[in-house]
Design a protein around this ligand. Structure first.
Ligand SMILES: Cc1cc2nc3c(=O)[nH]c(=O)nc-3n(C[C@H](O)[C@H](O)[C@H](O)COP(=O)(O)O)c2cc1C
Length: 181
């Protein structure tokens, strides 16, 4: 029975990458660095692997990357408000900056998005006003972050019973257990 739910998890996450307007296109990434304060932010889900790894793009100089260097355990949270479906993923993050990976993923970016990774000053730097941002011409800090899940939790609110399932990775497989919602 939980196998069917895992299939649903995969299908919904896949739609997040491929279907325009699907709510799983955006997720909340939480990281915890050395200061021990969870930090959350929205990121775009860019790729889902067959092994359920999830990729997003970011700037190598951003705080999330500093956190991942300090602590590679991260979590992602997806919400489908209409289906009342929440999926939480816990996993290990890996930063990719090699040419082959970056070239493959750069192709997915619109020119306007490419700009986001080539600001002269690092993201989070104080500026006088929103127009006071300079861009580098020939360089960028684009990187791909891959999250390899070790735990996935599914929660769907429905009647007569809400459904909550915890999946834990066992090698290449996933073990699912129902939980009290
Ligand atoms: C709709 C939306 C989508 C976003 N997508 C991304 C993204 O894919 N990658 C990214 O690095 N930041 C993205 N951001 C910005 C982040 O939420 C965050 O503000 C920024 O990355 C700085 O985070 P940090 O300082 O914690 O590293 C997005 C913001 C919004 C509002």
């Amino acid at each position: 029975m939980t196998t069917k739910i895992l299939k649903e998890v995969k299908a919904e996450l896949h739609k997040g990458v491929t279907e325009k307007g699907h709510p799983f296109r955006y997720c909340i990434l939480a990281t915890v660095g050395l200061e021990n304060i969870p930090r959350q932010r929205t990121v775009v889900l860019r790729e889902l692997g067959d092994d359920l790894h999830l990729n997003f793009y970011t700037d190598l100089r951003s705080k999330k990357i500093i956190h991942i260097h300090e602590n590679k355990k991260v979590s992602l949270m997806f919400l489908h408000p209409e289906k009342l479906l929440q999926i939480r993923v816990e996993g290990l993050a890996k930063i990719h900056r090699d040419h082959a990976t970056l070239d493959k993923h750069r192709k997915n970016l619109l020119a306007i998005n490419k700009k986001n990774f080539s600001t002269a000053a690092a993201p989070g730097t104080t500026i006088a006003n929103p127009n006071a941002v300079d861009y580098l011409k020939d360089a960028d800090y684009f990187c791909v972050v891959e999250v390899n899940p070790f735990k996935i939790e599914y929660l769907k609110l429905e009647h007569p019973n809400h459904i909550r399932v915890r999946f834990a990775r066992e090698g290449a497989d996933w073990d699912g257990e129902y939980l009290v919602p």
